[in-house]
Design a protein around this ligand. Structure first.
Ligand code: GUN
Ligand code: ZN
Length: 436
């Protein structure tokens, strides 16, 4: 973190609120030629460059991007780092995909060195794609958590992660026990939770891989450590839902399995939540829990279409998830591009400012971190990205045919990917700079 004040000049854009609550016009702030002042890893001020530049001390260095847009860093609310090596491994839907591709690759993460190598590559990909915070699945091995948090700590990233709990219906070498899962989670919470910008998430993989006793102990961990998160999967695939119902016949629904063990609450994040009844959706919203919308994964695995409109109607918090490696892109721009299509298939259109909200402030709200990240407002941590409007010949050409910010933003979300991310800042420090 640099103590010296720094100034960044470019167009600035960030969300103020959910367009679904306040309307599109009131949902964002845009400064055509803005100045962002950063000090000690936080945003100190921002405003029109013409107003702020004259008051700047002459010692403050100003970096200027005349053709770029600065937004908050993207927030990925659901991603698996050990699955980086199986992106695009197709052929099956969820349960067979887990058996055929996912579990074999996750077995390798008992090796701390291998886990460290993958974690470093993974974090590099996040930064190259402008993602500055994520809620991350590792594997069942505590070593995989250490490896990930070590890399995140080195770069001062705000990251959430926690050992996967799974004690059945998986290869024995990937299974813990309720007691070992509980004890290892306790030790990891003590080692990592609240260290720098890191936070712990109690992570039962999904109801299909956890016994009642294990889910009970996950609930106990949450009660014993009220500031940790809960991260799991929910109602992603129809066959999975039927199977989970058969594993827990005494529970009224998939969601009820988690509710019964006290896993619903404002720090809980459920990935997918596609095949869910309205009353479960209402219960989730009332608990303050959030869901991760993972369109590239949902399309790749043929899981189904997430109903964003219903989430809005019922006041359910939503963030975007890449869900690598079922998901097919680290880029949240590409994830939003697919979200747009998922909305179209349900007769709706994803407004570009809503899309921006989902990948930034909405994600921060989903994780209960909106006081810290997801915004350029003063006081927030200085995690931001510099996006190059002219990153590709097609973008450059296409943008000549636009007349409004909404149109330009829509084009960026449709055609953009890692190539538009010119630079990524984490707590005020540049951590990725595109070549060229
Ligand atoms: N459900 C349980 N485990 C997983 C996983 O690794 N990926 C996805 N997409 N769904 C899951
Ligand atoms: Zn997942």
């Amino acid at each position: 973190m640099s103590a010296r004040p720094q100034a960044y000049r470019a167009a600035l854009l960030y969300s103020l609120d959910d367009p679904a609550s306040v309307g599109v016009a009131a949902s964002y702030r845009h400064l055509e030629d803005g100045l962002l002042l950063v000090e000690e890893g936080r945003i100190r001020a921002l405003g029109p460059a013409a107003e702020l530049l004259p008051g700047l001390a002459p010692t403050v260095e100003v970096r200027h991007w005349p053709d770029a847009l600065i937004t908050p860093g993207f927030i990925d609310t659901h991603i698996h780092y050990p699955q980086t090596g199986i992106v695009g491994a197709g052929g099956e839907q969820l349960l067979d995909w887990l058996t055929r591709h996912t579990y074999p690759t996750e077995l390798r993460f008992a090796d701390r060195d291998y886990a460290g190598q993958v974690a470093r590559f993974f974090v590099g990909e996040l930064l190259r794609n402008g993602t500055t915070s994520a809620l991350v699945f590792p594997t069942v091995h505590p070593e995989s958590v250490d490896a990930f948090f070590a890399v995140a700590a080195e770069l001062d990233l705000r990251m959430l992660c926690g050992k996967v709990l799974m004690d059945r219906n998986a290869p024995p070498a990937l299974c813990d026990t309720p007691a070992s899962g509980y004890e290892q989670s306790q030790a990891l919470i003590e080692r990592w939770h609240g260290r720098g910008r890191l936070g712990y998430a109690v992570t039962p993989r999904f109801a299909g891989s956890c016994s009642d006793e294990q889910l009970h102990l996950a609930g106990r961990l949450l009660r014993e450590h009220p500031s940790v998160h809960l991260h799991t999967h929910l109602a992603e695939n129809r066959r999975e839902v039927t199977w989970v119902r058969s594993l827990f016949p005494e529970r009224s629904s998939y969601l009820d399995v988690y509710a019964h063990h006290g896993l619903l609450g404002p720090r809980s994040l459920f990935a997918h939540a596609i095949h869910l009844g309205d009353s479960d959706c209402r219960q989730l919203a009332a608990s303050g829990a959030a869901v991760a919308f993972c369109p590239t994964s949902n399309l790749f695995l043929g899981s189904g279409l997430f109903d964003l409109g219903r989430a809005e109607r019922l006041g359910l918090k939503v963030g975007m998830g890449s869900d690598i490696g079922a998901g097919t892109s680290f880029s949240l721009l590409q994830t939003l591009n697919e979200a747009y299509k998922v909305e179209q298939l349900q007769g709706r259109s994803l407004d570009p400012f809503k899309a921006l909200y989902l990948a930034t402030l909405g994600g921060a709200r989903a994780l209960g971190l909106d006081e810290r990240i997801g915004s350029l407002a003063p006081g927030h941590e200085a995690d931001f990205v510099v996006l190059d409007w002219n990153a590709t010949p097609l973008l450059q050409f296409r943008l000549q045919h636009t007349t409004s910010l909404a149109e330009r933003l829509a084009v960026l979300l449709t055609l953009g990917d890692d190539r538009v991310v010119q630079e990524t800042f984490v707590a005020g420090v540049s951590r990725h700079r595109r070549e060229g």
